[in-house]
Design a protein around this ligand. Structure first.
Ligand code: 1HN
Length: 340
């Protein structure tokens, strides 16, 4: 053989597995994402700045992406999921589009804005969770006073890795309203009694808005001394009424209450998680990094990172909204936990 056989097989589109084994088959996952906190009080002035200098005619959406330092290109917050903070001003509209990536909004501050999802106008209030399942038309409007800000969550990093991303503009800026406002939330308002006149749905929840006032009621109905989770406190999952499972096939959305002084057990799982602080202050130790957090901050726990949460207040609850790709991991038989 005259030529280098390694060079020759490379030119033939082949590679020696023995040189790749360790990287392709690590003993355990090592996420490219790093533990990180995005501080709302630091980002908020820039949200207001861009609201002043950039119109929604120029930007499809006015959003600051929360980019993990380990996942810059393409930008993502954890391996499979994305978080961003969006701002819309009174009188503005964000034009109608749809994509196969699923999305939700968790409302941070403001009043008077709404989104229209497949013809249903859905109002926004702080603490509400609004769903935009994949391939649903959505546009945003603001008829109130003052800026409105929310956290966007999407699964596009996963959808794009699966090469299943499609995007389409409606062709007119805003959708018409085709059903009564907030129709789906009122239709499914009672979690244990679902309408049976429609054919039961499937993969995603039919509910446009899970209002904060119901979330609060759910917490107030649970005894203060309820055991809760040793790692996440009193954690509730927003459910799809058709299945009892996660609100969307790729993302489970949750809300948890860490009682004053709560100190969670250390824990790790293959699912990646993004947390958003509704209120309170605390710290999470994630793979040895101490992430301190306060109201409206967002932080991440990459897959297989070992983490523990602490509520640093001895008198106030800490309330954490979170979303995770756990449904994907479970569906694929890849969900694993370790807690020693
Ligand atoms: C999107 O469509 C919205 O509709 C927000 O408000 C953030 C981030 C990436 C891709 C699409 C929205 C997004 C997004």
């Amino acid at each position: 053989m005259t030529t280098d056989p390694y060079q020759a097989i490379k030119e033939l589109g082949a590679a020696p597995l023995w040189q790749y084994y360790g990287n392709l088959f690590p003993v355990e996952p090592q996420s490219a994402a790093v533990p990180y906190v995005w501080r709302y009080q630091d980002l908020r002035p820039y949200m207001l700045h861009f609201a002043e200098v950039l119109s929604l005619q120029e930007a499809e959406r006015r959003v600051l992406m929360l980019v993990n330092p380990g996942l810059q290109e393409p930008p993502a917050t954890v391996n499979s999921l994305y978080a961003g903070i969006q701002i819309i001003l009174p009188g503005e509209t964000a034009q109608a589009h749809r994509h196969t990536a699923s999305a939700f909004r968790f409302i941070i501050e403001g009043q008077g804005a709404y989104t229209t999802v497949n013809g249903e106008r859905v109002d926004m209030h702080p603490g509400d969770l609004l769903l935009t399942p994949g391939w649903h038309w959505h546009d945003h409007s603001h008829d109130g006073a003052g800026p409105m800000m929310w956290l966007d969550g999407l699964d596009y990093p996963l959808v794009n890795k699966l090469e299943a991303g499609f995007f389409e503009l409606l062709g007119q800026r805003m959708q018409g309203s085709t059903v009564p406002d907030n129709f789906s939330s009122r239709k499914f308002i009672h979690g244990r009694l679902s309408p049976r006149w429609d054919a039961p749905g499937g993969a995603h929840s039919p509910i446009g808005n899970y209002p904060w006032k119901e979330t609060e009621q759910a917490f107030s109905g649970i005894a203060d001394d309820a055991e809760g989770s040793h790692t996440e406190g009193i954690i509730l999952e927003y459910t799809n009424p058709w299945t009892g499972g996660s609100v969307m096939p790729t993302m489970s959305c949750r809300i948890s209450r860490l009682r004053p002084g709560f100190r969670g057990f250390a824990h790790q799982h293959t699912a990646s998680t993004i947390y958003h602080v509704v209120r309170g202050q605390g710290e999470s130790i994630v793979d040895g990094d101490r992430l301190t957090w306060a109201e409206h901050d967002t932080f991440c726990v990459p897959g297989w990172a070992r983490y523990e949460h602490t509520n640093l207040s001895m008198s106030q609850d800490a309330i954490l909204f979170s979303y995770t790709d756990e449904p994907v991991m479970r569906a694929l038989g890849l969900y694993r936990v370790a807690s020693n």
